[in-house]
Design a protein around this ligand. Structure first.
Ligand SMILES: Cc1ncc(C[n+]2csc(CCOP(=O)(O)OP(=O)(O)O)c2C)c(N)n1
Ligand SMILES: [Mg+2]
Length: 304
């Protein structure tokens, strides 16, 4: 089989997201901020990993996915779930172990299963499983795909390469979304990733796209043809250069405040506020009010 070419390109600079997309990004952000607050107040147990800074990625990707597609999420998965289901109530109830929990309260923050959506806190395990699902889809439901979200650190797991190998050989409808936030727990990407993600995809003859854009519509335009090709059995790795603005989980950020501030200033939220503070303020007010009402409601419920 001949190696497929890979293209590295960037989407156009930040544009104004549609109200619906911006509201969803702000709802995810409000949800994550509320979780950190609930932890501070001693109202949550265990741990959690917020996707602050990365909210636009699942919002952009969901615009390219169909209800029949499978989504495999990870430890940093609240945004993936909320973009798919817009269900802060079921997710918060799950995290708090209250009535109405989407998984009966046994999965918590990292282990959610609903219809064709599943998340796991075990890094890398999703890739081979998604490969199997993609093989099933190719045979039984052609046109559907399996989408896996992984981080840059997780892209070092051996299982990832076994999966890419099979996906390429067998022409599987596998879409791997790499959220490269420049860090894995406390290790900067430059200290754990030799070469690059593009080269690793190329080694298996797998299509590759890169974007450092935070423009949801532009990202969709950039990726739409390649995602369509995935449905026909051309696997794809998409690398997002993104920012983790919160700690790895809670209170465990090893970066300096200045470094995080530089990332924050370059992120989608700061960009949107600078462009149109009035619109962001209005939509953010609604998002925060919604999440606040959900939090009060869920906290008042009995255990699941
Ligand atoms: C198999 C496995 N090894 C280690 C861990 C512990 N762990 C959880 S998240 C994480 C870092 C993941 O980094 P990355 O893939 O870059 O995702 P990010 O947290 O940056 O979103 C590690 C090592 C784990 N959950 N599973
Ligand atoms: Mg990372």
């Amino acid at each position: 089989m001949t190696a497929r070419t890979f293209v590295q390109e960037s989407a156009p600079p930040l544009m104004d997201p549609a109200d619906e997309d911006l509201s969803l990004m702000l709802t995810i952000r409000a949800f994550e901020l509320k979780l950190l607050e609930l932890f501070e107040r001693g109202m949550l147990n265990g741990t959690t990993h917020t996707c602050l800074g990365q909210e636009y990625i699942p919002v952009a990707m969901e615009g390219l996915l169909a209800p029949g597609d499978h989504v495999f999420s990870n430890h940093r998965g609240h945004g993936h779930y909320l973009a798919r289901y817009r269900d802060p109530e079921g997710l918060l109830a799950e995290i708090m172990g209250r009535e109405g929990a989407v998984c009966g309260g046994v999965g918590g923050s990292q282990h959610i299963r609903r219809e064709r959506y599943v998340s796991t806190g075990v890094q890398g395990e999703s890739l081979p499983v998604a490969c199997g699902v993609a093989l099933h889809l190719k045979r039984v439901e052609p046109g559907s795909l399996a989408c896996v979200y992984v981080g840059d650190g997780t892209f070092g797991e051996g299982a990832v390469y076994e999966a890419l190998n099979l996906a390429s050989l067998w022409g599987l409808p596998l879409l791997v979304v790499v959220e490269n936030n420049g860090i894995a727990q406390s290790t900067p990407t430059g200290r754990h990733l030799a070469g690059g993600i593009a080269g690793r995809a190329a080694a298996f003859g797998v299509e590759y796209r890169f974007t450092d854009s935070v423009d949801v519509a532009g990202i969709r335009r950039l990726l739409a043809p390649a995602v369509e090709a995935v449905r026909g059995g051309v696997p794809l790795v998409v690398e997002f250069a993104t920012q983790r603005l919160g700690p790895h989980s809670k209170g465990d950020d090893t970066r300096s405040a200045e470094q995080v501030e530089r990332l924050r200033a370059a992120g989608w939220y700061a960009g949107c506020v600078a462009r149109d503070p009035e619109r962001v303020g209005r939509l953010e007010g609604s998002a925060r009010a919604l999440v606040e009402a959900v939090a009060v409601d869920v906290a008042g419920r009995g255990l699941s």
